[in-house]
Design a protein. Structure first.
Length: 401
């Protein structure tokens, strides 16, 4: 019998998996937002990802999206849970309520389905959920995707990891089957497959993202030193990164790390340590705030002699080919500038005809935006800024010419 798969949630993780798997399997995608479901069924992507857009437009996909949980879950062999797990600073813990709600709903409709959690979760959560729901058919499989390149990273995965109850022979077989499904749909032939315990798999995700965040923080602190000491940061970074054990990736200074994963994953890992001895993990979280404070000070220096200064924010998105504003580092910088009495104006084409973004003004015409800004700060430099380069403050060392 053909394996049937349902994906709960159609964000970057869920939609990229649904599109990946629908080339060879019967896939349902369940979401609570009707607009997203309608777009997917019209073969339009609700998120910015060039590969997803192309596959929806041009490929033959066995994919149907729905808001009807009964329709989505009742015949599924595997249900992939890819719903948001935002970090709750008051609880010092991921908000896993959406994961639990989907799991309960699926079990109520289809008590034979295997649940595969793809949402990022705290270490130990899968085992706790199995006990809480008295349901053994739950696994965890971490995702390693970049915003704007989610389908590409599923087509060419660095590794496939499935965490499973190692005491259950049946579930190990299901884990092997799920890993083979992912591998079968990928275009990369030699993808390593690792089966491990659920706590180990949960740890892989948090430690991997924390390491990458640490690398971002390291080069940001290098850049802070170089700029303060009036040295060429790019020359230092290139000299450092030509060491093959270091490499050239993740080395372009920024306003700090942001996005879906790094801010919440680093904080969750720090929380998971509890009273265990550590200093580096906590420093990864702290260095991000320090960098933002430094950027604010540098901007304030540039406008200290201006009367009623205006700082323009060029793009809220922090990454190329992404439409995600969530947790972008520039938003913390905007808040600090506002606290210092600075008028902040945003230019963000993704906002289209909006007049405001939260409490900030939005100017949709670039020439007007550039004209009224005393300083324009840009996490990443784009060619549009060449005409007003003298106003731009960026730490992007690999700027467009």
């Amino acid at each position: 019998m053909e394996t049937k798969i349902t994906v709960a949630g159609t964000g970057y993780v869920g939609l990229s998996l649904a599109v990946l798997l629908a080339g060879k399997y019967d896939v349902r995608a369940v979401d609570i937002v009707p607009g997203r479901v309608e777009k997917i069924n019209r073969r339009q992507s609700p998120i910015a990802d060039a590969d997803i857009e192309e596959y929806l437009r041009e490929k033959t996909l066995h994919l149907h999206a729905t808001t009807d949980a009964e329709e989505g879950y009742r015949e599924a062999d595997f249900v992939i849970i890819a719903v948001p797990t935002n970090y709750d600073p008051e609880k010092n813990y991921f908000d896993t309520s959406a994961v639990e709600a989907v799991a309960k709903q699926v079990i109520g409709i289809n008590p034979k389905a295997v649940l595969v959690i793809k949402s990022t979760i705290p270490v130990g959560y899968t085992a706790q959920l199995r006990e809480k729901l008295s349901y053994r058919r739950i696994m965890f499989s971490p995702e390693f995707l970049r915003e704007g390149h989610a389908l590409h990273d599923n087509l060419y995965p660095s590794r496939i990891i499935v965490g499973v109850d190692e005491d259950s022979g049946e579930m190990r077989e299901k884990a092997e089957q799920f890993a083979e499904i992912l591998k079968d749909c990928a275009l990369k032939d030699d993808t390593p497959v690792l089966l491990m315990g659920t706590r180990e798999a949960e740890s892989v995700k948090l430690f991997a993202n924390s390491y990458l965040a640490m690398r971002v923080g390291f080069f940001n602190e290098l850049d802070t030193y170089a700029e303060t000491m009036e040295m060429n940061a790019r020359e230092i970074i290139e000299g450092v990164c030509l060491e093959p054990r270091i490499g050239m990736q993740y080395n372009n200074p920024s306003f700090g790390y942001g996005g879906y994963c790094f801010p919440k994953d680093t904080k969750q890992l720090r929380a998971n340590y509890g009273t265990l001895p550590q200093r580096l993990i906590g420093a990864i979280v702290e260095t991000n705030g320090i960098r933002k404070e430094y950027i604010v000070r540098q901007v304030l220096k540039r406008i200290e002699k201006k009367e009623s200064p205006v700082v323009g924010i060029y793009r809220l998105t922090m990454k190329a080919n992404s439409d995600n504003f969530r947790q972008s580092a520039v938003q913390d910088i905007m808040a600090q500038l506002k606290d210092n009495g600075v008028r902040v104006v945003v230019y963000e084409p993704m906002l289209r005809d909006a007049r405001t973004f939260e409490e900030y003004e939005v100017e949709n015409v670039f020439d007007r935006f550039a004209g009224e800004s005393d300083v324009i700060i840009a996490n990443r430099f784009e060619r549009a800024l060449n005409a007003v380069k003298d106003k731009v403050y960026t730490r992007d060392l690999y700027q467009c010419d």
